[in-house]
Design a protein around this ligand. Sequence first.
Ligand code: AMP
Length: 218
Amino acid sequence: MRLNLIGPPGAGKGTQAHRLVERHNLVQLSTGDMLRQAVTAGTEIGLKAKSVMDAGQLVSDEIVIGIISERLDNRDVRNGFVLDGFPRTLAQADALAGLLEEKRMPLDRVILLEVDDEALVERISGRFTCSNCGAGYNDTLAPTKQPGVCDKCGATEFSRRSDDNAETVRERLLAYYKSTSPLIGYYHAKDLLSRVDGMGEMEAAAAAIEEILAAIRG
Ligand code: AMP
């Protein structure tokens, strides 16, 4: 199965992508994760991307298309993948369509996670992740059961993304509405779009996604 999750920052794309990886054995293709790894590793791409990411803006199409194109050459994607955070512009969406056509691996479905703009800043500003197992939490909406201890693995180290502050979040939202939201019409016109309510519990969105996948499989 080849899926693409779209939606504004904080809509739950990463969380749902993780679930899909666990449940359906898909490979997660997150350009955000790939770029953060490049920043940590201090590669040329990482150095170029860091200031853009910290400002909440979009890294150039050329860079992210290059990253994803290389990643799609890896054999592991043949068993299915879930794209999360790519494409984010129409140019990226066209490039992706070309790459997938070449490889005869068309997208099965594009799932839009819909959320209220108002909820997003609170969702993102409070989020943090277990440094050991990657479990996601939120200061007010989904805290750990025991303060400072991961519910899943018991680790006590957590990390926050440097671009998860209120000011950068506003910029990221702006980038979403300016550059990424046209993808909704684009994929609707290609008859690939399904909408899921991302406002409720993450299990409810996960269940709605499962229904969509069941319909694809027939
Ligand atoms: P994410 O983890 O998907 O929220 O991405 C974090 C940041 O990485 C974004 O705010 C952008 O600066 C950059 N980024 C990730 N994916 C893309 C993309 N497809 N196009 C441009 N910039 C991206």
